[in-house]
Design a protein around this ligand. Structure first.
Ligand code: NDP
Length: 407
């Protein structure tokens, strides 16, 4: 007999949120949805509430909450609709919550994820930005509050699975030499460098192997995603930057590897479908069906590996530099990147200007100390201001659909 676990899905309407609910729907005997949260996609949230009958739902603003509550009442639903950042934290830390899926995108996900950690929950962490911006504070809270942290990012989930069970944060003691993060290389791995100026948002979001939200898709195309993952892995597994290697593996079948001092390399493989790490984390330590098709190695045929090219992908270097610098360097990088990606998606600047903006912001601010959460948000705000200034001075709109340029 397994007991029913109450799950909160932060960011339910996003790519990870939808995959999480897909897995949950396969196991009505194991999981009950306690709360769902959304930002803009209220219609999708309404459908999810009708299907999963949560006790609470959270949206961004009061008018949207009122309208949703009225619609739900007409549909006979008893779900309580709340709004605002504090409500996200409240459901994440709710006394009846057992498991919290932290799948809000960007630094907006930091406070609710931290609230779940501080309440000692089992936290399934997709929101890598929480660790990138506030890694030492977040991990200290995990230890202090007795939370269970399971990574959802496919690479980190693979490393989690490839490390010894009960890994306690000491690579040396575990006999680990290196962590190898695999990367697909994104859609532009083989494009001529000069063509990167012409990349459109649609091309950047068309990832060869994974279906994901737009922000992380652009991050994959610049390889900033892998840079953020290096930082994430460093905090999650207490690994120094030089212990984390990146290997381009275009097929996305090996999700990451751990190399041991005796020469053994342990990897986790599977079809590229986020429901696998989600099901692994939801069921942990048991294994549960994810609805994923099984890997056919013969059909897969060849697996290829290449070294990353930092000239093509300067974001990788910038992320390593930020990790080595410590303090708030990673929070500055993350905020500048959030502004840059949004500007690119809004056709306000070219794809190849994303790393230029990041370099400009980092050079203009330098580093800042990281002592508490206030420092993180101060760094975030300063980087956003600097990035906005950079945009007004340097940005050149992309070639695609200039009529869609926003102000
Ligand atoms: P999506 O953009 O698809 O979804 C993001 C979710 O967050 C949505 O539910 C969205 O609401 C909500 N949201 C957005 N902004 C806010 C805000 N300011 N306040 C509250 N909620 C907000 O992203 P993904 O699902 O792709 O990614 C989620 C996280 O998981 C990211 O940190 C990403 O890096 C990470 N991740 C994603 C992977 C993937 O395969 N997609 C793989 C590994 C990690 P709404 O849609 O209603 O506007």
């Amino acid at each position: 007999m397994t007991s029913l676990r109450n799950v909160v899905v932060l960011g339910a309407t996003g790519s990870i949120g939808v995959s999480t609910l897909d897995v949950i729907a396969r196991h009505p005997d194991r999981f009950r949805v306690l709360a769902l949260t959304a930002h803009r996609q209220i219609d999708r949230l309404f459908d999810q509430i009708i299907a999963f009958v949560p006790r609470f739902a959270v949206v961004d603003e009061a008018p949207a909450a009122r309208q949703l509550a009225e619609r739900l009442e007409r549909a006979g639903s008893a779900t309580v609709v709340m709004h605002g950042a504090k409500s996200l934290e409240a459901v994440a830390a709710h006394a009846d919550a057992d498991t919290v899926m932290a799948a809000i995108v960007g630094i907006a996900g930091l406070r609710p994820a931290l609230a779940a950690v501080t309440a000692g929950k089992q936290v399934l962490l997709a929101n890598k930005e929480a660790l990138v911006t506030a890694g030492p504070l977040f991990m200290e809270a995990v230890r202090r509050c007795g939370a269970t942290l399971i990574p959802i990012d496919s690479e980190h989930n693979a490393i989690f699975q490839s490390l010894p069970a009960g890994y306690g944060g000491d690579l040396e003691a575990a006999g680990v030499r290196r962590i190898l993060l695999t990367a697909s290389g994104g859609p532009f791995r083989e494009w001529p460098l000069e063509k990167l100026a012409d990349v459109t948002p649609e091309q950047a979001c068309a990832h060869p192997n994974w279906v994901m939200g737009r922000k992380i898709s652009v991050d994959s195309a610049t390889m900033m995603n892998k840079g953020l993952e290096i930082i994430e892995a460093s905090w999650l597994f207490n690994a120094a930057e030089h212990r984390i290697e990146v290997v381009i593996h275009p097929e996305s079948v090996i999700h990451s590897l751990v190399e041991y001092v005796d020469g053994s390399v342990i990897a986790q493989l599977g079809n590229p479908d986020m429901r696998t790490p989600i099901a692994h984390a939801l069921g942990f330590p048991q294994r549960i069906d994810a609805g994923v098709s099984y890997l056919d190695l013969v059909k897969t045929g060849r697996l290829n590996f290449l070294a990353p090219d930092e000239r093509r992908f300067p974001c990788l270097r910038l992320a390593r530099e930020a990790l080595r610098a410590g303090g708030c360097a990673s929070a500055l990088l993350n905020a500048a990147n959030e502004v840059a990606v949004a500007a690119f998606l809004n056709l306000q600047m070219r794809f190849d200007q994303i790393p230029q903006l990041l370099e400009g912001v980092l050079a203009s601010i330098g580093n800042m100390p990281l002592r508490d959460l206030a420092d993180v948000f101060e760094a975030d705000a300063r980087a956003r201001q600097s990035a906005t200034r950079w945009l007004s001075q340097h940005a050149t709109s992309g070639p695609a659909a200039p009529s869609r340029l926003t102000a």
